[in-house]
Design a protein around this ligand. Structure first.
Ligand SMILES: Cc1ncc(COP(=O)(O)O)c(C=O)c1O
Length: 456
């Protein structure tokens, strides 16, 4: 019988996270204080995050130990399986060997609990009682609500209004885990009220929801803020995915993959899967390995955004981060991959792109749904709309192998299931999905608002 799943044991869950910042050839630029233009010190972040996470944010250590209590919770669903996509390979008639890491087996159905659990743990250790956050598609809000419940913390979620309407069952799951969720912009914060006064029908954005969650956390002593992507410590926690996959590929008799693919929103699932492989390219002899990030053409942060200092939120409450950005004033189109609609790219991924270590590609949503449906009909799993972008990227690579006759090893991260996203599939089958693209003109307009900010 041909092997389909490559499984590991509970004891194979990595004992350390991998920190790529220690391996870059040139150092990362620091975040800046928007008022002074000077690098921000750890103390500036202390009202929002526990010190252990702030230390991880700036760490230059290559390996950072995963606390036993965190590993024990991860064991509820980790190690996640690695699949050989034999049926997809056959349908594509490709000589490529395709593998995917399946993160949809987590309690909330995506990679997000990998960092939610770690963040809730460190906040509990520091005596925090309540955590606020934003969520786009609802995956992150669900994951944090679950993690907060395990560590006896209250959880307040600001969910992008358009997604709140599109995915009503996400609210029910967040509440089932004990969290509280409101559509953003909301009347609960100054930031939300300001946006609603200007545009009562605002669909919201991740940037706006972050402003609300940060403001809420800053107002209360017992409350911290948690982010589901972008920041260094979040990407760090996700590296369990790639570290496990590396071991699993070895068990499958492969050496390292020729092509590594991930979908890209803020950067956490892409980095979590790709960075452990990328370390062999930047510190070892795997120079030919290609690492590809796939993003929506309606939010083309890596392929069209400018590399510069920008705020992480819409209002301008966060430190300035060096990143590829479409401008913090970016209001995304109403595409269905809610988790990929963020204006900025993680500084670590932006840096890797600048260094030429990775590539990026943008796809329209309809071609991604085409790919997702082909995947469902061959492999049996219905991917999240975000994950459809990586499926499209991997299929493109496999078809390229078919043309060239090369039998490459393609590995990708199937970051979540689409069981709460069926309205998006309904719209796809009804021919109601739009082909939207973010244009150069839109970028020029957004960049005007950044002209006063320090440059890289
Ligand atoms: C299933 C899924 N994939 C990808 C993303 C994008 O986030 P990131 O780029 O941080 O992985 C999200 C975000 O909500 C998501 O829910």
């Amino acid at each position: 019988m041909d092997t389909i799943k490559i499984q590991l044991e509970d004891g194979d869950i990595p004992e350390n996270w991998y920190n790529i910042a220690s391996d870059f050839k040139t150092p990362m630029l620091p975040p800046l204080h928007p008022g002074t233009g000077e690098p921000v010190g750890p103390e500036a972040l202390a009202p929002l995050f526990p010190m252990a996470l702030i230390q991880q944010e700036v760490s230059q250590e290559r390996w950072i130990e995963i606390p036993d209590e965190v590993r024990q919770v991860l064991a509820q669903w980790r190690p996640s399986p690695l699949y050989r996509a034999r049926r997809l390979e056959k349908a594509l008639d490709t000589p490529a060997r395709i593998y995917y890491k399946w993160e949809g087996v987590s309690p909330s159905g995506s990679h997000k609990p990998n960092t939610a659990v770690a963040q809730a743990f460190y906040n509990r250790e520091e005596g925090i009682k309540r955590i606020t956050t934003e969520t786009g598609a609802g995956q992150w809000g669900t994951a944090l609500s679950y993690a907060c419940q395990l560590f006896e913390l209250e959880c307040q979620v600001y969910m992008v209004r358009i997604s709140f309407g599109q995915k009503p069952y996400r609210k029910a799951v967040i509440e089932t885990y004990g969290g509280n969720v409101v559509p953003s912009p909301s009347e609960l914060t100054e930031a939300g009220r300001k946006i609603l006064a200007d545009d009562p029908d605002s669909p919201g954005s991740l940037g706006i929801a972050i402003s609300e969650a940060v403001e809420d956390a800053a107002m209360r002593e017992d409350t911290h803020y948690a982010l589901g992507s972008v920041l260094n410590h979040v990407l760090l926690h996700q590296t369990v995915i790639g570290l496990e996959a590396e071991k699993q590929l070895e068990r499958a008799g492969e050496s390292l993959p020729d092509v590594v693919v991930g979908c890209f929103g803020g950067g956490s699932n892409f980095a979590g899967f790709a960075f452990p492989f990328l370390r062999h390219k930047i510190t070892g002899d795997q120079h030919a390995m290609r690492v590809v990030a796939c993003e929506p053409a309606s939010c083309p942060t890596l392929t069209k955004g400018e590399y510069r200092y920008d705020f992480g939120d819409a209002i301008g409450m966060t430190p300035l981060m060096p990143m590829h950005t479409l401008g913090h004033n970016f209001v995304p189109a109403k595409i269905h991959a809610g988790g990929l609609r963020y204006h900025g790219a993680a500084p670590l991924v932006s840096h890797a792109l600048r260094e030429g270590d990775i590539e990026a590609r943008a796809y329209h949503q309809i071609e991604c749904f085409d790919a997702g449906v082909e995947f469902a009909r061959t492999e049996g799993i219905v991917p999240a709309p975000e994950a459809n972008h990586v499926v499209k990227g991997a299929i493109d690579e496999a078809l390229r192998c078919k043309e060239s006759g090369e039998s490459k090893c393609i590995a990708f991260n199937l970051c979540g299931h689409g069981h709460f996203d069926m309205a998006a599939y309904q719209a796809y089958f009804a021919g109601q999905l739009e082909r939207h693209e973010f244009t150069d003109e839109m970028l020029r307009e957004n960049m005007q608002a950044l002209s006063e900010l320090p440059t890289v």
